[in-house]
Design a protein around this ligand. Structure first.
Ligand SMILES: NC(=O)c1ccc[n+]([C@@H]2O[C@H](COP(=O)([O-])OP(=O)(O)OC[C@H]3O[C@@H](n4cnc5c(N)ncnc54)[C@H](OP(=O)(O)O)[C@@H]3O)[C@@H](O)[C@H]2O)c1
Length: 254
């Protein structure tokens, strides 16, 4: 038999929202697995620090400015990555916001901002990268979802709606593109300790409440999420498409 191959040598990967948290870690893990990594976000200084860290570990990385709410910037970023790095094999749509409000307090701008980043920006990144991948007859797209895409989380109405939308976009794109060699999947983590969640998870009572709901007995790490991304991006994951891979410590098994 052939043994599963998790190597990403000779692949070019783009990670959005790579300036901190999960995206930062995914970029480092992709580089460690052998990919040349394009890292994109708005915070240039943080991307600079990331590319330095990747290069110091022997990897190859380049930073690209990107606000996923601006669709012209999405096109420009994907064009530049493809031009500068000589290809685009893997797209990780990680950029996302996670604000929480009781539903009765959500404003129109709260709704528009979250949907612009989590859903609209993600879709147009898929579309721009998908056009290149369909032309070349191969590609991997991995969308960052959440356990909140399949279960309700109190005070997260807009977030849950946006991530439910991510799952549905993932399924439709997989149906349209898989026969042309482009797989499209989502990864759905539970609570992960990042700068985006640190304030809440550093509160011992809040953290204990979360851990009590997690059959695995701990919150997740960035490495837990990166491992799922590497699998879906690698040759080992080539039969997997249109799926939402829960990395949730069993939260949604209940
Ligand atoms: N942490 C968790 O518990 C958890 C659980 C499930 C799912 N997730 C999902 O995982 C992803 C990352 O979460 P995280 O906790 O690592 O978040 P985070 O620490 O808040 O980081 C968010 C990242 O997204 C980028 N971003 C935000 N708005 C952007 C925009 N308009 N254009 C481009 N990039 C933008 C930020 O970069 P700039 O500000 O530099 O642009 C930053 O790099 C999100 O999609 C989130 O929904 C997180």
């Amino acid at each position: 038999m052939d043994y599963p191959d998790f190597s990403l040598a000779n692949r070019v990967a783009l990670v959005t929202g790579a300036s901190q948290g999960i995206g930062f870690g995914i970029a480092k893990a992709l580089a460690h697995a052998g990919a040349t990594v394009a890292v994109a976000a708005r915070s240039a200084a943080d991307l600079e620090r990331l590319t330095k860290e990747i290069r110091a570990e022997g990897g190859t990385a380049q930073a690209f400015a990107l606000d996923v709410r601006k669709i012209d910037q999405v096109h420009e970023c994907i064009r530049s990555v493809h031009g500068s790095l000589g290809g685009l094999d893997i797209l990780v749509n990680n950029a996302g916001l996670g604000a929480n409000h009781p539903a009765v307090e959500v404003t129109e701008s709260d709704w528009d901002e979250m949907m612009a980043v989590n859903l609209k920006g993600l879709f147009f990144c898929c579309q721009a990268a998908g056009r290149i991948m369909l032309r070349q007859g191969s590609g991997r797209i991995i969308n960052m979802s959440s356990q909140a895409s399949v279960v309700g989380i109190r005070d997260h109405a807009v977030y849950c709606a946006s991530k439910g939308g991510v799952n549905q976009l993932t399924r439709v794109l997989a149906l349209e593109w898989s026969a042309s060699g482009v797989t499209v999947n989502a990864v759905a983590p539970t609570f992960i300790y990042t700068p985006g969640t640190a304030e809440r998870l550093d509160n011992p009572a809040y953290r204990q409440g979360i851990v009590n709901r997690l059959p695995i007995g701990r919150v997740g790490t960035i490495t837990d999420v990166a491992a799922a991304v590497i699998y879906l991006a690698s040759p080992a994951g080539s039969l997997v498409t249109g799926t939402v891979l829960m990395v949730d410590g069993g939260w949604t098994a209940q």
